[in-house]
Write a new protein. Sequence first.
Lengths: 284, 386
Amino acid sequence: MLLFTEYVIRGLFLGAMYGLLALPMSLAFVTVGTIDFAVGAYALLAAAIGATVGGTLGAVLGLAGALAASLVMAAVFVLLKRAGHHDTIMIALSSFGLAVAIGSIVLASWGSTAFVRQGLDAVWTVGGIRINPQGPINLAVGLALLAGLTALLFGTGLGRMLRASAVNAQGAELAGIPVVAVQALIFAAGGLLGGIAGLLILYSSGLDFTAGLSLTLSGFAASIVFGVSNPARGFLGGLAIGVAEALSAGYGSGAMTALIPQFVVLLTLGLGMLGAGRYTGYRP
Amino acid sequence: MTSNQTTSVTRRLAIGACLGLTLAWPSFAQVAPLKIGALLSMSGPAAVFGIPERDAITVALEDLNSQGGVNGRPVQVIFYDDRTDAAEAGRGVNQLVSRDQVVAIIGAGTGGNVLAAGPIAMRLKVPLLAPVGTIAATDKKNAFLPWVFRVAPSDAVNIRTILTDAAKDGNKRIGVFYQEDAYGKTGVDVAEQLAQSLGIQVVGSAPAPYTATDLTAQAIKLREANAQAIFMQVSVASLGAGFVKAARQVGLNVPIYGSSGLAQKSFVDGVGAGAEGLRVLSIGNLVYDPSPGEKKLSDLLRAAGKVPQGWGELVGTNGLVAAIAAAKSIKGEITGQSMRDAMENLCGLEAYARGKGCWTKDDHDGWREDALVFTEIANGRLRTRK
């Protein structure tokens, strides 16, 4: 039983990373109706800068880099909207292109070396389970951001504008809400959240230039497993996938572990569960 | 001296220099260069090795050309990025041979890509000098084996060397952590095949994809299997560093052996203080404790503004040196066929790496145990074990 508990706890720490990546994806889907596939690439860029500069300054510059990259996506979104392209798939494909471009820039600028930074060395023993503080820190950061995001969405004027823009963009426009500008903010928020995830991964396990798209896929799977209709579900989905992966790695052959996010995506899309709430008039 | 006189002297000097260049140039530069292809993974996951291979081939080419190239004929290397993709590797062979007319190809970038490129190289009659460890690349069952020559120690040699060392230290219960691909799976399969003859037992194995963000579950699994030593068949530095951190975190405090794929600067930098004493088998020790040949290559790289990374540079230049040596030994016209025949008679070849390359009609594995060194991580460096 102790072993099972240990796997579950490890899975929760792992899932917190996925949940963190799921937050901007859920947010973009409920407010703009699209997915920002560059979230994993923002994480990669932040980690690359953070690893190079190091320390607090590295973290700040890493976040600034991720934010700058996401502002490119926000600008693309605004340009597409102004050009009359309202098809959300076009925005999603643009973000995919940006993700590939960021991966290439990282490879060209930093080469193929791994980005790894030493986190905290301490080990706590809780009930016979050895825990490095980095895991609880990751989980705490994820929960704090989730709480902040929920408060922003449901407790502020900006949140109300975001939700109004999502439910009825035309109506919101008529009510004086600058819908496109408000929605563009969501992409910038995605850059910050992705950047934070990248910095936490940098100090947890490390990553290299190939990580961008796989992080995006893990975040996407997490965001849809319990329905993409709200960020809390996305974070919960991340935790669930993390636990499933840890149990699979521990008790299974391990070969299935890497397939779990892809399997979740296929199952969710196959059962037609993606965004059902949103399209039936669900108000986030 | 007036300004007119100065102009006149300058003009004469310029004319003299032009004449000198015109007379001296044809001896080397005007001879048609011998073209060699380099089909490397310069993007995609295997760029970790492909980029250092490319950099080293570039600087070594200049060095070898300055020594006269192939009997006075300059050598030109034409690079092609296989993007760590098997289909692209096949296209690369086609293009390098059909369009660029190379007589030998250093590559492909990964074992899987060599298997994809081999049949095409055989059809186009150009030898592949493969800088890979993948055992299947020189499997005798391959119809294209006559056209593939390995220029790195094979994985079988690497794994046997590691497990022999572990067994010698009394570690009989071995756990294997491996990356989820053909390279990683080979580690488990060969370890299980060798176990009986070495008197060891593989008590558990745990795979992980390249981009895993947490490896504690894998470490717990091997801890629970009561492994006395861990063998990591991993070439992705972040994955290896992540596992070592996870192992220490969950209390898996047993000796850890890293495969030669981890003998990279980024692994040593990433793994940090918790890795003191960790043993890594290495193809040479280019970065931290170079042999005279490796030092020369390291100096060439640094002079070109490159930071030496590890074994990628060594196996890449093994291919270049082997191709030039084969070409030098050919009396008549240098073609793909004559290069292949020459490769089968090349032995005692010294490159920048340690050991000597030797190929025969029946053995296309060029470098063996003498190219390898055991290293230990000490003070953030890979120290060669005496």
